[in-house]
Ligand binder design. Structure first.
Ligand code: FAD
Length: 468
């Protein structure tokens, strides 16, 4: 029987990063993955394919609706969905092959099959394609089995017309009318893809705002801007059902007055969140405890109630984000060898890859109000940015929240061009506990979108923004 120092179950961004860090630290490491390709949700059916389609659809949208104002004429513009989806598959393949290469490079044993506990130190790996299960012995286990889409019990998802994000990444035609249930990150990213390609898109959301967990100002601006590409929003609508008849889907909902409304289309995307995935692990055999909402319970050092068994990523509490899972993977590997790593959960940024992009880190205004914290706000709109005017991306703003007395930055919330990258500046500043004035005094190259961050910090510092 093969013996390992650490066995990681699940090869998503939590699992494969944990495995690499364990190997770097000299631990004999195995990685179990039930699918033939590595990379988990993120690389196969999440972050990477969605961004590939967002980029492709953005090119089409620009060629169709934006090039003209730049003096570029195009005729006979077409969309070849087969080619677009095949390109996306190629992007995914390049990424998952890259992970397979990294496993080899780091001498990590990849075991393909469903991993389950026999007891706390023994695992069985049942090949997905059938055949005899393999058994291994391990000193430590890191559970990184991720999540799957939430199912609404009153909606039968046939995965052809009533679909999840996984199928929405593989539609080989432009829908006529896509009804998206859920105005969160995944729903809005997929809504953007298909609206840009010419589909009518209706987003039906239970809450009274989009991306409701982010700073409220962002959802409001995003709704306004996405409205410009034709997406229709139905907020405060409670979906009560979705049915399919041939190629037609009908979604019913109660509007804010409690009246029933109907939406008819050819696709319904159910994007109401994700739930932790632990099926098949046989956690009982190791005595691992769960907590509410199907999550694995972890305590200090992300260890479960069983010493030597850890859990990370979407399968435990916290934001369901790839970079959060990665940080936790590194954290556990370093903990196992006796190091004292640290994760600042407040500074894990949240990003939505619509256009304009949306990003936030630290406390929202709503949270600061709730805490009764005295804070000041500095805001800068992209319409006052020379770089944004040059590219024609003048929607959105950067908002900096700083402590009223000490000027320490407490939160940064942005909507605008390329701010998925710009949020890294806010994270760096906050990690080093910068004041708004610290950032305001740093030179930012001109012309860049990043100048909006400096200007917002200037605005928070005695209202000293220069270009406003
Ligand atoms: P996962 O990536 O879910 O990986 C878990 C792996 O474990 C899977 O490969 C699964 O097959 C395997 N597994 C499960 N059980 C077993 C078992 N018993 N034996 C063997 N293998 C098993 N996050 C971002 O940060 N940025 C984004 O832009 C972003 N976009 C997204 C877009 C979409 C459409 C979706 C669906 C998600 C997106 N996410 C994004 C979220 C991100 O994908 C997840 O937060 C991330 O993948 C979680 O990583 P993980 O390692 O915890 O689990």
């Amino acid at each position: 029987m093969n013996q390992y120092d650490v066995t990681v179950i699940g090869s998503g961004p939590g699992g494969y990063v944990a495995a690499i860090r364990c190997a770097q630290l000299g631990l004999k490491t195995a990685l179990i993955e039930k699918y033939p390709t590595l990379g988990g949700t993120c690389l196969n059916v999440g972050c990477i394919p969605s961004k590939a389609l967002l980029d492709s659809s953005e090119h089409y949208h620009n060629a169709h609706s934006v090039f003209e104002e730049h003096g570029i004429g195009l005729e006979n513009l077409t969309v070849d969905m087969n080619r677009m989806i095949d390109r996306k598959a190629g992007v995914v393949k390049a990424n998952v092959d890259g992970i397979a290469y990294l496993m080899k490079k780091n001498k990590i044993d990849v075991l393909t099959g469903v991993g389950s506990f026999l007891d706390k130190n023994h695992l069985s790996i049942a090949p997905t394609a059938g055949g005899e299960a393999q058994q291994i012995e391990t000193k430590n286990v890191i559970i990184a089995t991720g999540s799957k889409p939430t199912v609404l019990p009153f909606i039968a998802q046939d995965k052809q017309r009533i679909i999840t994000s996984t199928e929405a990444l593989n539609i080989r035609e432009v829908p006529k009318h896509m009804i998206v249930i859920g105005g969160g990150v995944i729903g809005l990213e997929m809504a953007s893809v298909y609206a840009r390609l010419g589909a009518k898109v209706s987003v039906v959301e239970f809450m009274d705002s989009l991306i409701p967990t982010m700073d409220r100002g962002l959802g409001k601006e995003l709704k306004r801007v996405l409205g410009k590409i034709g997406i229709e929003f139905f907020l405060s609508h409670k979906v009560t059902g979705a049915t399919r008849d041939g190629d037609t889907v009908t979604v019913t909902a109660l509007n804010p007055k409690g009246e029933e409304v109907k939406f008819e289309g050819d696709y319904c995307l159910v994007a109401v969140g994700r739930v932790p995935y632990t099926a098949g692990l046989n956690l009982e055999a190791a005595g691992v405890q769960m907590e509410e909402r199907g999550r694995i319970k972890v305590g200090e050092h992300l260890q479960t109630n069983v010493p030597g068994i850890y859990a990370i990523g979407d399968v435990i509490r916290g934001a369901m984000l790839a970079h959060k899972a990665e940080e936790e993977g590194v954290y556990v590997a370093e903990t196992i060898v006796g190091q004292k790593p640290h994760i600042n959960y407040l500074l894990i940024p949240g990003v939505v890859y619509t256009w304009p992009e949306v990003a936030g880190v630290g406390y929202t205004e709503e949270q600061l109000k709730e805490q009764g914290k005295a804070y000041k706000v500095g805001s800068f709109p992209f319409k006052a940015s020379g770089r944004a005017r040059a590219s024609g991306d003048t929607d959105g703003f950067v908002k900096v929240l700083a402590d009223k007395t000490t000027d320490e930055i407490l939160g940064v919330h942005m909507i605008g061009p390329r701010i998925a990258d710009l949020i890294a500046e806010a994270v760096t500043a906050m990690e080093f506990r910068a004041s708004a004035e610290d950032v305001a005094r740093m030179s930012h190259s001109h012309p860049t979108y990043a100048e909006a961050m400096k200007e917002a910090c200037l605005a928070a510092t005695e209202n000293r923004a220069i270009h406003m």
